[in-house]
Ligand binder design. Structure first.
Ligand code: CAA
Length: 295
């Protein structure tokens, strides 16, 4: 209806400052995308060394994009001017929207949401970049469940076109419409998922990665042939084992466990080889070793 459209427009106009929590690969990428799209961004991490690293990563990524003509020559400086590093979460109190991108722990995310719920203005929207934790359960920790939503960016956020928006049980139509148009303003293509384990992308991706581990585990083929098979056989940019290393084997394992627990089907049971790699600390690219070695 016209009334709803007007409300959505007002809400969207009202979003000028975006807080991002977590200065890891996802959080810094999200902050970069938001600053490039013209928003004022407050990037918070309790680890100040991580904030410093994020600033460097963002600035070099912006320069790479500008050198390829994907953004204007002036865009990197402009975006960096709109980005502020915040060592205290209190500094995010002026944000109209906060996107949380910390580790995948429901307990820690809930603690952050409770804190944000207290310091943010009543109209502010709370979003989580979670890849698998229930938005409905995160929302239930706050006094504003209709203003809680999932914004699942793909890694690396500055390159990947997709954003998966997840509606919790109580997310309002207005908040959904606002976040959808804001995501489009960030240059993303939006897909919408209801709040069930793994949403859309990981519901389909993780069983494929798990099957690639089973294929390796049972000696059907070498890791190289499995990856080449999927790369050249189905035109994926990376093979499933290489992609698992890129995502992090610990992250893949934790998402598979969410699928297994939440959907209750043995087909989601993690491959013993994946479990063993994680036990051994072979977590993928970030550790220099996973399925492959990156030393
Ligand atoms: N910022 C700026 N530019 C970047 C960048 C970044 N963060 N990351 C990569 N690039 C650029 C590179 O400069 C390069 O540009 P040119 O080709 O013009 O030189 C280009 O992107 C390709 O990068 P590389 O040459 O380093 O490596 P590549 O060709 O292997 O591409 C990739 C890297 C874009 C990551 C590509 O391999 C790819 O698309 N892989 C699949 C990624 C994917 O599936 N992501 C989703 C994972 S699932 C997920 O995120 C959800 C979840 O919850 C687990």
């Amino acid at each position: 209806s016209n009334e709803r459209e007007a409300m959505t427009n007002d809400l969207e106009k009202a979003i000028s400052t975006i807080g991002v929590i977590g200065a890891g690969q996802m959080g810094s990428g999200i902050a970069q995308v938001a600053a490039t799209a013209g928003f004022s961004v407050l990037l918070h991490d309790s680890d100040t060394a991580a904030l410093g690293r994020a600033e460097g990563l963002i600035s070099s990524s912006l320069r790479r994009l500008a050198s390829k003509g994907l953004i204007s020559q002036a865009a990197p400086d402009e975006a960096m001017k709109r980005l502020k590093l915040a060592s205290s979460i209190q500094e995010l109190c002026t944000a109209d929207l906060v996107i949380e991108a910390i580790i995948e722990s429901e307990a820690i995310k809930k603690t952050i949401f409770v804190q944000l719920d207290k310091i943010l203005k009543p109209s502010a929207i709370l979003a989580s970049n979670t890849s698998s934790i229930s938005i409905t359960r995160l929302a239930s920790a706050t006094s504003r469940p209709s203003q809680v939503i999932g914004m699942h960016f793909m890694n690396p956020p500055p390159i990947m076109k997709l954003i998966e928006i997840v509606r919790g049980a109580d997310t309002s139509d207005e908040v959904f419409a606002t976040i959808k148009s804001l995501s489009e303003r960030m240059g993303k293509i939006v897909i919408c998922s209801q709040d069930y384990p793994g949403f859309i992308v990981n519901r389909i991706l993780m069983p494929m990665i798990n099957e690639a581990f089973h294929t390796l585990y049972t000696g059907v083929a070498t890791k190289e042939d499995i990856d080449t098979g999927m790369k050249l056989g189905t035109n994926h940019p990376m093979g499933p084992l290489e992609l698992a290393d890129f995502i992090g084997l610990d992250v893949c394992l934790s998402i598979l466990r969410v699928l297994h627990n939440g959907l209750g089907d043995d087909k989601y049971s993690p491959c013993p080889l994946l479990v063993q790699y994680v036990d051994a600390g072979r977590l993928g690219r970030k550790r220099g070793i996973g399925v492959y070695s990156y030393q």
